[in-house]
Design a protein around this ligand. Sequence first.
Ligand code: DC
Length: 492
Amino acid sequence: MNPETVTALPTEALDPVPRDAVIAIDGPAGSGKSTTARNLAERFGLIYIDTGAMYRALTLAAIRKGVDLGDGRALADLLLPARLELGSVRGETTVHWNGQDFSGPIRSPEVDAAVSLVSSHEDVRTEMVRRQQEFGRRGGVVMEGRDIGSVVFPLASTKIFLSAGLEARVQRRVRQYRQAGREVQESQVRSDLAERDRKDTQREVSPLAISPDSLVVDSSSMSLAQQNDACARACRINPTLDSRLDRDLEAARRDLPWHYRLAYAVFGAFSRFYGLKQIGNEGCALPRGCIVAVNHISFWDPPLVGSTLHRYRVHSLAKEELFRIWPMGPLFRSIDSIPIRRKGYDHKAFSQAASALQAGNNLVIFPEGTRRAIGSPGPVRNGLGILVQATRAPLQPIFIRGSYGRAPGGSVKSPLEVSFGPVVWWHGLDALLENHDPKDVSRRIARLCEAIFYELQDRSYARHPRTLFEKELGDKQLQAFTKRHKKVFGTG
Ligand code: DC
């Protein structure tokens, strides 16, 4: 969705923002994220969290202690035991490091210049992301940063990428500094911002980029009030109540051919026998023409997941080897399965799948391409991103757990669950494609899908902690499955 569409949305027709919303705002330095995030938090009664301030606090602590800023391990050692507290006084973020007030000094030019380097280390980011997830665990937050929508909260209720051209950002920063009584050279501010853009977008770990499902708001020519209003409107688009969801479920069921009914009757009996629990999307509603992406751990995943899609005719991609076994071939074809060759890129299978989506059909895929170790979903292959770019089809992520530990009526080894995540719409895809090649975009879509699988897995573990059986089997599988993955695809 482009900014004009966001601005044109009528406020009164939109859903209110829930108290447990997680609003993620990402964007480059100087794009006005902090001001807008603070404004949204105030409007909707949520807590504002400035994640940049966390990286800044670590930078300042490291400078004061004389820690080498290029040494990620040493920085992580400094961070791990530290008490890092964020607060707010009269709308301004306060930061305390081990009880010391860092709020003022973290905005110094010295920290400005060093923070990009500090935030580029994987060890540092892992711990920061963990703390940020902890802050937002119960929802009710507006969090701003660079990787909030893509890494920290891949299932945030709203994702906004706030951008602005370099020149607009330079003018805003200069004005800000002068208002604070600091004399600055415009040319210096310009080169500092350009340098931070370069470092933030080119670092290896979580580089700054539009998450393909973010709403992009380009504020270059907006006043502050317009920018805040556009973002507030974006927050009121409730993804789970999206009007594009297919609500005519009865009609969809009436149109089902007899062999689908038969297949669903068998799948349904099978999943009832094993006590399958469905989490989320109790009405089993899917938007038209959507990609249903499921993690894959067992041969039993297709019928178990299939039983939750029982209202629809769904196409699917399945490995071509299966079609060679009689009577699987004709059976699979009768329920719209498309055979796919898993090595390399199977052009024919993907174009058949894309046509099915474009005709408004739903398509089930296992985007990891083969079974993976339980507890460690991914990596997702690039086929998903290629399909998304070809069709713009929304994504229904599904996480399956326990298809290994089946026992009639449920198993103590592992709960048998199929969890639906919220539908992902690719609002930011076109804007992302302006600056990134399609291969890179496919990789980003794959990373986002993996992050969503992990998030759904974490939520499942929060309901039922990981069992010993799952842990031991997962650890054992990890090596064996990596070897098999290499054999099937030629890569780890
Ligand atoms: O938003 P800010 O200027 O205060 O951020 C300071 C630096 O921290 C910025 O150069 C990028 C980094 N940062 C990050 O890498 N990830 C975040 N979530 C927030 C900030």
